[in-house]
Write a protein that binds this ligand. Structure first.
Ligand code: P6P
Length: 337
């Protein structure tokens, strides 16, 4: 149920809350809030003007770029660039990091942002929820020097904030700064986000498993064994299967209704499909802050030290017991090999 608290007021902080409205982090989250409204407006128009569909080019991932991909990427880059807060951006749509030297050209900005500007964009033309995923870090390179790749290759534990904007039946901004997870729903009539999902906690004992079973034959044996476990008629099973094919939608449903979402490795995708920096890490931070677990099948996602800004990583996220059960099947199958 939406409350009357707006995102702006929430960023001001309530007595005892983390006050960062006028801090740089508060202003950075405000910039993301604004860009989300701009992208939301454009997506809502998508079916009416000629901006859906592809532009005939592909991104660094070799994926067909949708027109709204480009629009969203430019909206977030432009909004983040002209506020003297961010010194660099890694985007799914750009092969190299984007360097931002600041209005005085002296590289004094303190934060870096990693983002997937429009995740799940292949679903746009069929009107399925898509989303912007972002993670925010303090830079590790010295102030006054150009941003470096090392600024982006930090483990997810170093995120100072992370979240997503979901463009679905409503537009929502869901984020954490390490003090729990809160969800805000946009009232498009007045352009204001209202606190609609305070202090989100993943329900225990979930009964939904979410994976693209079209890849079943290519999954490792342990993952196959876990899927068969989910489908067996016993005690609290079979579980219900739900899969949108848009990570923001699948993870958001998992956070609200419980369960597990996973994108495992497979013979054709030895490191899975999802990107560590701007899909796995931000959503792992959210899932853990909501009381769940997020691993790559073997270790916490947030503990992994990235080696490449676009590297891929298997992802198992959701209610703790279900994630642990999946890891148990993986370990047993590995042990049996
Ligand atoms: P598949 C979208 O392209 C994405 O990166 C995630 O949002 C989504 O969970 C996944 O890929 C879907 O991939 O192989 O199931 O179509």
């Amino acid at each position: 149920m939406a409350t009357s608290v707006t995102l702006g007021e929430f960023l001001l902080g309530r007595p005892g809350d983390f006050q960062y409205e006028n801090t740089e982090l508060g202003r950075l989250l405000n910039a993301i809030r604004l860009a989300g409204k701009v992208v939301s407006h454009e997506i809502r128009r998508a079916g009416l003007v000629d901006i859906t569909g592809t532009i005939g080019s592909t991104n660094i991932q070799g994926e067909e770029q949708q027109k709204l991909d480009i629009f969203a990427n430019e909206a977030f880059i432009n909004t983040l660039t002209n506020r003297d807060i961010v010194c660099g951006i890694v985007s799914e749509e750009n092969e190299e990091p984007i360097e931002i030297r600041g209005s005085d050209n002296r590289n004094r900005n303190k934060y870096v942002v990693v983002m997937d500007p429009l995740d799940g964009s292949s679903n746009i033309d069929v009107n399925i929820t898509v989303g912007t995923i972002f993670g925010i870090y303090h830079r590790v390179s010295p102030i006054g020097t150009p941003v470096t790749t090392e600024d982006f290759l930090q483990s997810g534990n170093n995120q100072v904030a992370a979240g997503f904007i979901a463009y679905g039946t409503s537009t929502m901004m869901v984020y954490t700064t390490g003090n729990g997870v809160n969800g805000f729903t946009l009232n498009p009539a007045i352009g204001t986000y209202y606190l609609s999902h305070p202090n989100i906690e993943i329900p225990k004992k979930g009964n939904i498993y979410s994976v693209n079973e079209g890849g079943y034959v290519h999954f490792p044996q342990g993952v196959k064994n876990y899927i068969k476990y989910c489908q067996r008629e016993e005690e609290d099973r079979p579980y219900r299967a739900r899969y949108v094919g848009s990570m923001v939608a699948d993870v958001w449903r998992t956070m609200l209704q419980g369960g597990i979402y996973f994108y495992p490795e497979s013979t054709g995708k030895p490191h899975g499909k999802l990107r560590l920096l701007y899909e796995c890490n931000p959503l792992a931070f959210l899932v853990e802050q909501a009381g769940g677990q997020a691993t790559n099948g073997y270790e916490r996602i947030l503990d992994i030290k990235p080696t490449d800004i676009h590297q891929r990583m298997p992802f198992f996220g959701g209610e703790g017991e279900m994630v642990e059960k999946a890891m148990q099947f993986i370990a047993e199958a590995d042990g049996g090999e």
